[in-house]
Design a protein around this ligand. Structure first.
Ligand SMILES: Cc1cc2nc3c(=O)[nH]c(=O)nc-3n(C[C@H](O)[C@H](O)[C@H](O)COP(=O)(O)O)c2cc1C
Length: 306
């Protein structure tokens, strides 16, 4: 029997497959398609303290092997989430991770402070990296100092583990990862979307109302994988890898490059069962290769010259 569990330091997941924020609703939307109990965990849509309408449409555009979105973090806010959604999520035996957003550092802290009073949450993923929030949104993950100060504040406020989600829109993501680690982050997830633009040549207008959006999907996988490899080689806290994962083979690449778990985003829009198919694929790979514990392949990329 293969052991698919992975240790994230602050807790163990039954397998390394987590559904990514913003692509999996609040989890409940996927219950007609999959058994949530089969996942290592899932991250709910980004939550601000209050409800938000997000950006006006059009907010999504398909591109070669990818998707550009500028949803603008539409969400129901912490009260409605705690009263209407969380009680139903507690029925599931899987890690429930809340993606935390804010217009300023104190708002992140107040979201966490409020949610700390609610039962049934495994960890917080700090979304300090959203590229497509209009004015008023913030992206501390572009700078080591602002990353440090927000992670420190939230860590001091929170009774639960913190996963800091990083932006790929920087020249050296390992610097930002080190800041998050020094500020006390329990783990790091990377990457969020790549800042992108799509143009309609007939109208000569941007295809998204927000002008810019964030690119996700298979188009970003090699870039994200490189960043995960570099970051996992530098930090000592666990790294969760994501970006363009469509299959168990993609997931394995991330694990081999040092990710202790992976998140699946855009692929959920193509196949709502993709996460459980990836769990099955990981098990098959382990069985075929006589690997008793999946965590034994983490960080085993062989870079020796031959
Ligand atoms: C429509 C959409 C909405 C998203 N919303 C969020 C969000 O609320 N919070 C967040 O941290 N990331 C959000 N993301 C980013 C994803 O969680 C993920 O980091 C990114 O899409 C890369 O992974 P993928 O290539 O597997 O989709 C969103 C992505 C998409 C496509």
């Amino acid at each position: 029997m293969t052991d698919l569990s992975v240790d994230l330091g602050f807790g163990t997941l039954k397998n390394p497959v987590i559904a990514a924020s913003g692509t999996f609703g609040y989890g409940l939307e996927f219950t007609p398609f999959i058994d949530l109990n089969r996942l290592g965990g899932f991250v709910v849509k980004g939550l601000y303290f209050s409800p938000r309408p997000g950006n006006p449409p059009p907010r999504l555009v398909e591109t070669a092997s990818g998707l550009i979105n500028a949803i603008g973090l539409q969400g129901i806010g912490v009260h409605q989430f705690s009263e209407e959604v969380l009680p139903r999520l507690r029925e599931y035996d899987t890690a429930i991770i809340i993606n935390v957003c804010g217009n300023h550092d104190e708002e992140y802290a107040s979201v966490v402070e409020y949610l700390d009073r609610q039962e049934g949450i495994t960890a917080y993923e700090l979304n300090i990296s959203c590229p497509n929030v209009e004015k008023g949104g913030q992206c501390p993950a572009l700078n080591p100092k602002s990353t440090f100060s927000i992670v420190k504040l939230v860590k001091e406020t929170s009774a639960r583990p913190i996963i800091t989600k990083l932006s790929p829109n920087v020249s050296d993501i390992t610097e930002i990862a080190m800041s998050a680690q020094e500020a006390g982050s329990d783990a790091i997830s990377l990457v969020n979307t790549f800042l992108a633009l799509a143009v309609d040549v007939e109208t000569r207008r941007p295809k998204l109302s927000n002008i810019l959006g964030g690119l996700s999907g298979p188009a970003i996988k090699p870039l994200a994988l490189r960043m995960v490899y570099q970051t996992a080689s530098r930090v000592s806290i666990p790294v969760i890898g994501l970006g363009g994962i469509m299959s168990s083979t993609d997931a394995l690449e991330y694990l081999i490059c040092g990710a202790r778990a992976i998140e699946v985003g855009t692929a959920n829009f193509i196949d709502p069962q993709v996460t459980v198919n990836i769990v099955d694929g990981l098990r098959e790979y382990c069985e075929q290769n006589k690997i008793a514990r999946i965590d034994s392949i983490i960080g085993t990329l062989d870079t020796q010259m031959r």
